[in-house]
Ligand binder design. Structure first.
Ligand SMILES: Cc1cc2nc3c(=O)[nH]c(=O)nc-3n(C[C@H](O)[C@H](O)[C@H](O)COP(=O)(O)O)c2cc1C
Length: 326
């Protein structure tokens, strides 16, 4: 057990938040993270039907564990039905990231639901404060999926110095020692995605799992190429961190040319339909090199917790003291 202000708030055994990952984190993954003592988040994508949220949430409700839902602000602007389905599912926490959360905080608070939002810059933090977000996720560029350009540790420290709200560190936390590090830095927990990509409960395809397990941390690229090729309305300021493949080797850095290139668009469309990872995106963060096994997310959460405790118990030695933690 590890206690922080957020484990007390959400009645958790450990400050591990299973990050929302559209296309990867459904109800099974969220439930498995929560069964390990953390809080699992369901990831809602741009095209997710609202009924899916209802179905996936039920898995946690039936198992009598808490869960959260991760929404994207730029999607909610056009799809308010996603917010309605989320509120009806009664999650403990909802994240509204990638855009201004302000319009959505009031309805969530009215329903008694806590709101988190990811910040990728110091300016984003001011917007999160103005919106009334309860929990700040400091998301560094090391993170898998869509993210910003600041690195996790300096962003985390700057955010901690400028807020009195609980902060979760996101981007690159993949071991117990890494979890202990961000807790000692002052975070109230970690928002963890990439280490769950190859878990048995994730909806990742078998081929993508294999690629994730084989990849090293050198094999990712932060790119808008996939979004441009698919004509997605992702705002420019959030490119996505994905595994390098033939498509990114061909198109990353040539975004202007890529816009309107119908052959490139068709290449990604067909690859996604066929599961061809030469051109389909596999979003993953720099910690992907530490993901080598396919295991239950419950076990991953338990290991992170045990190893973080071990690291925290060792910390007093740095001060020349014997272990003082029982
Ligand atoms: C495959 C994938 C999909 C993601 N989808 C979402 C999403 O739908 N909503 C969201 O807020 N963040 C999304 N993220 C970002 C995560 O919430 C989180 O910030 C990130 O995974 C943390 O860093 P890490 O990958 O280094 O653990 C996604 C990340 C990945 C790897």
């Amino acid at each position: 057990m590890i206690k922080t202000p957020l484990t007390r708030w959400f009645d958790l055994d450990t400050p591990v938040f299973g990050a929302p990952m559209a296309g990867v984190a459904g109800g099974e993954l969220a439930r498995a993270v929560s069964l390990g003592g953390g809080l699992g988040m369901i990831g809602v994508g741009a095209a997710t039907p609202p009924e899916w949220i209802t179905e996936q949430a039920r898995l946690s409700t039936e198992a009598d564990v808490s869960f959260g839902v991760g929404l994207m602000a730029w999607v909610l602007a056009d799809r308010p039905e996603l917010l309605a389905a989320t509120v009806a599912a009664e999650p403990a926490l909802v994240s509204v990231s990638f855009g201004d959360p302000a319009p959505f905080v009031g309805p969530l608070h009215d329903a008694g639901i806590a709101v988190a939002t990811a910040v990728n810059s110091r300016a984003d933090l001011d917007r999160a404060h103005a919106a009334g977000a309860d929990v700040i996720v400091a998301q560094g560029t090391e993170a898998g999926g869509h993210t910003g350009h600041r690195s996790t540790l300096p962003l985390l420290q700057e955010v901690l110095a400028a807020t009195d709200r609980p902060v979760l560190a996101a981007g690159g936390v993949a071991t117990g020692a890494g979890l202990a590090a961000v807790l000692v830095a002052g975070a109230a927990g970690a928002w963890i995605g990439t280490p769950f990509l190859a878990c048995t409960e994730a909806t990742t395809s078998p081929a993508a799992r294999e690629r994730v397990r084989a990849a090293s941390g050198d094999d990712t690229v932060l790119t808008s190429a996939f979004d441009i090729a698919q004509g997605l309305a992702w705002p420019d300021r959030w490119p996505g961190r994905a595994l390098v493949n033939d498509f990114t080797e061909t198109w990353h850095g040539r975004e202007a040319e890529l816009r309107g290139d119908t052959r490139a668009a068709e290449w990604v469309r067909r690859a996604r339909a066929d599961g061809d990872l030469a051109a389909a995106p596999v979003y993953a963060g720099e910690s992907v090199g530490l993901v080598t096994a396919e295991e239950s997310a419950t076990d991953v959460v338990r290991r992170l917790t045990t190893d973080a405790r071990t690291a925290l118990e060792r910390a007093p030695r740095l001060l020349g003291r014997a272990n003082t933690i029982p």
